[in-house]
Write a protein that binds this ligand. Structure first.
Ligand code: LLP
Length: 441
């Protein structure tokens, strides 16, 4: 099971999450259903912020990367925990602001922020915008001037650190749509460009080397390269960055092929980053910058599971057995996109030993619609309850209404009690934006 005490098997042989029996959850809320353990989410947010407070004298802020799982409740939890958020679209910004999230703790990302997204960010007076294009810097400067304000910005830098992860979630290789490379002088040139802007106040630099990364070394290397870049900029321009944002990317447990990092292990990642920043800054005679980090997956990934009901079962002799569930690529597209692996548990018979290897298929009209192909489960029958683990990050946030299926509801469990944070969709929701032109009536 997962690495913390979120999940356990109770006396009835049922899987429990955050003290709630999955069979009860399925009965009350129906499946498919995303279930999140609130205590876990808070614990991870706190762990990161405590580490900064204790090991970096509080001179930094955790920004929850809300692309991992965005809904009003998540911003409210982050707000209560006193941390900030990273948003990447007008939609995420709107959701955060709609629950009164403090604007100064919101940072906006994106390699192509649209004019309305820039306007909304400037009007809300958010804490920072991470600039990722010349045209964006020019537009933001103009738009800030029109408003009579000066906007704090960071520049997205590509430190050129290759991390061991799926190519699509790797971002700091030389060929990336994100950031300006240090190695070819692009980051320095962009820095000079932004420093000339009267209505942008350059605070420092940002990097994010990728996602689902386990090697501490890659993070440390990126931190070192960023400090070296800060020094190079100071030498060449006289500007010394006062903010350094090192992005997110810490890996989580999906299957036993992944490391099981205990909570303290995540502190270790951040300690290593903090250590590198302190060491490099001391060696280079730099002021310690205000530190930002942007964990998404590691805050919410293992906090969540998805519950499905087994429907049709098909065995192709000598080839494979398919268990079809009431969800699929519309609630979890990660196998289709990245061949991501998951662990599944037969939640209503969780104490039984695995007996067979099965594929879990979705209900969409395409053969690639799978949650995965190599799950070890007890012999399942129609009506059994399957829990797919570690689905808290990049599942709901990447879900779609493909085939006009419903995006599942989400519940948040606290002290064994669950309540909706995303309610079920209805057929009316699915047709809400459909328009029948007069001539078709
Ligand atoms: N900061 C920036 C600028 C990012 O681009 C990301 C993730 C994060 C922070 C958060 O990284 P995390 O701590 O969650 O690894 N859909 C993919 C993951 C895409 C990640 C995109 N950026 C997946 O399902 O694996």
């Amino acid at each position: 099971m997962n690495t913390r005490d979120t999940l356990k098997v109770n006396a009835a042989g049922h899987l429990e999450i955050g003290g709630a029996d999955c069979c009860d959850l399925a009965r009350e809320f129906k499946t498919p259903l995303y279930v999140f353990d609130e205590a876990y989410i808070r614990r991870m947010m706190r762990l990161y912020q405590d580490t900064i407070n204790e090991e970096y004298e509080g001179r930094g802020l955790v920004l929850y990367a809300s692309k991992a799982f965005s809904c009003k409740a998540m911003y409210l939890i982050a707000k209560e925990e006193g941390i900030g958020v990273d948003v990447v679209s007008g939609g995420e910004l709107y959701t955060a602001l709609s629950v009164g999230f403090p604007a100064e703790k919101i940072y906006l990302h994106g390699n192509n922020k649209l004019p309305y997204e820039r306007a909304e960010a400037l009007d809300a007076r958010i804490g920072g915008i991470i600039v990722d294009a010349y045209t964006e810097a020019d537009a933001l400067d103009r738009e800030a001037e029109e408003r009579g304000i000066v906007q704090d910005v960071l520049i997205r830098v590509n430190p050129g650190v290759e991390a061991h992860t799926h190519a699509y979630v790797q971002t700091a290789t030389p060929d990336s749509k994100f950031g300006f490379s240090v190695s070819d002088g692009a980051a320095m040139a962009m820095t000079k460009h932004v420093l000339e802007k009267k209505h942008l106040r350059l605070r420092g630099f940002h990097c994010h080397i990728g996602s689902q990364i386990f090697e501490k070394h890659s993070f440390v290397l990126a931190a070192e390269k960023m400090c070296a870049f800060i020094e190079a900029v100071r030498k060449e321009t006289g500007f010394e960055a006062d903010t350094l944002n090192l992005g997110g990317g810490f890996g989580i447990w999906y299957t036993d092929e992944d490391a099981k990092i205990p909570v303290e292990g995540y502190r270790g990642y951040l300690s290593a980053l903090i250590g590198a920043v302190k060491r490099e800054c001391n060696a280079r005679g730099l002021k310690l910058p205000f530190l930002l980090i942007e964990p998404g997956r590691s805050i919410v990934g293992e906090a969540g599971i998805t519950l499905y009901t087994v429907g049709a079962i098909k065995e192709i002799p000598g080839i494979r057995k398919y268990l079809a569930v009431d969800g699929g690529m519309f609630d979890n597209p990660r196998y289709c996109l990245y061949q991501s692996k998951y662990t599944a548990v037969l939640a209503n018979r969780a104490a039984e030993e695995p007996r067979e290897r099965v594929a879990i298929a979705g209900k969409c009209c395409e053969s690639g619609d799978l949650i995965g192909v190599d799950f070890n489960l007890p012999r399942a029958k129609e009506g059994d309850l399957i829990a797919v683990l570690s689905t808290g990050a990049y599942n709901y946030s990447m879900a779609s209404n493909y085939n006009r299926n419903f995006i599942p509801a989400a519940v948040l469990v606290k002290d064994g009690k669950a309540r909706y944070i995303v309610k079920p969709q209805t057929y009316e929701d699915l047709v809400r934006n459909d328009v029948v032109p007069d001539d078709l009536k």
